[in-house]
Write a protein that binds this ligand. Structure first.
Ligand code: PHE
Length: 455
């Protein structure tokens, strides 16, 4: 059967920014600073970077390579590269994983819409009570967070409906550029507060006493989540990439951007939290967990000069980052529906909206009316967050590494990596990447899992 011509990204810059947009998201701004705070600051950062270089980057390169070679959605890509094997079900699970992530991601995305709305209208800075109460009463109310969740998902769907170039690429380009400018402005404001240097010291002076077996799994889970690997998003975006793209270089750029952005987001938040705590004579609470951004930070903005402007900019940045990632997640599901169920893009978007929105409703309600309902001892939201980040993504990464290292032929892997030999990638580097994927990554991921199960 003749293949339908597929859309591709229009330019190298557009492709890089779309992939960076997928990687840079709530994981960087919302998750990274509090995970860093909980796990010993710079000590965590060090472990994170090691994981990134030796496990995640090679896996990312492989996911990219598999995606470009297969040129389709995850299900069909695995079927093309290993015809008739069970690997295509791995592709299907990747589609499911993306849908599961999007289902809880859109809830937090909805919160950022709400906070931006409140920051713009002055309700956030004008609030006189405790922000824990502000946040708690919002997320536990039955309707409001639902409406924001669906609004966020609707905006995501609308962008995707315009297609790869006009929707995804164009919006990612604009949003990521604006995002960088905003976050730099917020960093300047945060670092110029008296006492901010204490927060910087906290981020960059390691405290190894807080490092445990769990730190490694937290660092690995965070790296997989933050780089968007293991669930078919990079694979799907890679299927829209030209054959002459340098896979290793692009992946390294995206990983670098993503990590730099996480550190910058940390610099926007942690020094400000320290400075304001110092001013108020309280303890800086940078390990406040998920509440850091939604509870601690509004209090910080409220106490600092120009805080109202900083709050608007910050929550706008959070929303932009969340949307560009949500787009990449929804596109995995949409590409699958278009190519496997033969629906138009518009219908595929609607179907994904209904599917992810349906599960998202339960995730959102698990902070309110469904609070008592547990799945394996966790609320619906925590369940989806936990199984996707800590299990599905690393297992997805493990399987990708096994597929790339053991199922694809070495010659094919190297051929794809060097674009049929036309790229001047040193042979030692290509071989190092290959063996990191074939041996080091699967072993390291398995050991980290084992360590966690046994401890
Ligand atoms: N990388 C995104 C973030 O940091 C989340 C994400 C995970 C997106 C997996 C796509 C796939 O927020």
């Amino acid at each position: 059967m003749a293949r339908k011509p597929r859309e591709t990204f229009g330019s190298r810059m557009g492709m890089l920014l779309a992939m960076a947009g997928s990687a840079i998201g709530l994981g960087n701004i919302w998750r990274f600073p509090y995970t860093l705070g909980k796990n010993g600051g710079a000590a965590f950062l060090l472990i994170y970077v090691i994981m990134l270089l030796f496990i995640c980057l090679p896996v990312m390169i492989s996911e990219y390579l598999i995606g470009r070679r297969g040129g389709s959605n995850p299900f069909r890509t695995f079927d093309r590269l290993a015809p008739g094997s069970r690997w295509r079900w791995m592709g299907f699970i990747a589609v499911l994983a993306s849908a599961c992530i999007l289902s809880f991601y859109c809830v937090v995305g909805g919160w950022s819409v709400k906070y931006l709305d409140d920051a713009c209208s002055g309700r956030l800075m004008g609030y006189e009570g405790d922000y824990a109460q502000f946040f708690g009463s919002f997320i536990s109310s039955p309707w409001k967070p639902l409406a924001y969740t669906l609004l966020f998902l609707g905006m995501t769907g609308l962008i995707i409906a315009f297609g790869v170039r006009k929707g995804i690429e164009r919006m990612s380009k604009i949003m990521i550029s604006v995002l960088f400018v905003i976050i730099v402005l917020v960093v300047i404001r945060s670092l110029s507060l008296p006492g901010a240097v204490e927060g910087v010291r906290y981020m960059f002076v390691p405290d190894f006493s807080k490092v445990t077996a769990d730190t490694c799994i937290a660092a690995m889970g965070q790296a997989f989540f933050s780089l968007s690997i293991g669930c078919g998003t990079i694979l799907t975006y890679a299927s829209y990439v030209h054959k002459d793209e340098n896979i290793a270089a692009s992946s390294a750029w995206i990983a670098f951007f993503d990590t730099a952005f996480a550190v910058i987001a940390g610099l926007a938040i942690i020094p400000a939290v320290y400075a304001i705590a110092l001013m108020n004579g309280t303890d800086p609470d940078v390990s406040a967990g998920p509440g850091l951004v939604f509870i601690t930070l509004p209090g910080v903005f409220q106490s600092m000069p120009l805080g109202g402007v900083a709050a608007v900019l910050f929550f706008l940045a959070l929303l932009l980052a969340a949307i560009t990632s949500a787009i990449s997640l929804m596109e995995v599901v949409v590409a699958f529906i278009i190519e496997e169920l033969h629906r138009s893009r518009m219908r595929a978007v609607l179907l994904s909206f209904v599917l992810c929105g349906g599960v998202g409703v339960f995730c959102s309600l698990s902070f309110g009316p469904l609070e008592g309902f547990r799945l394996f001892g966790l609320s619906v939201f925590d369940f989806f967050d936990y199984i996707t980040s800590n299990i599905m993504l690393p297992v997805g990464g493990l399987l990708l590494a096994i597929f790339a290292g053991w199922r694809l032929r070495r010659a094919n892997y190297l051929d794809e990596l060097t674009n049929g030999g036309s790229l001047k990638l040193p042979r030692w580097l290509a071989l190092t990447i290959y063996y990191l994927v074939k041996l080091v990554a699967p072993l390291a991921i398995s050991l980290i899992f084992l360590n966690c199960i046994l401890s």
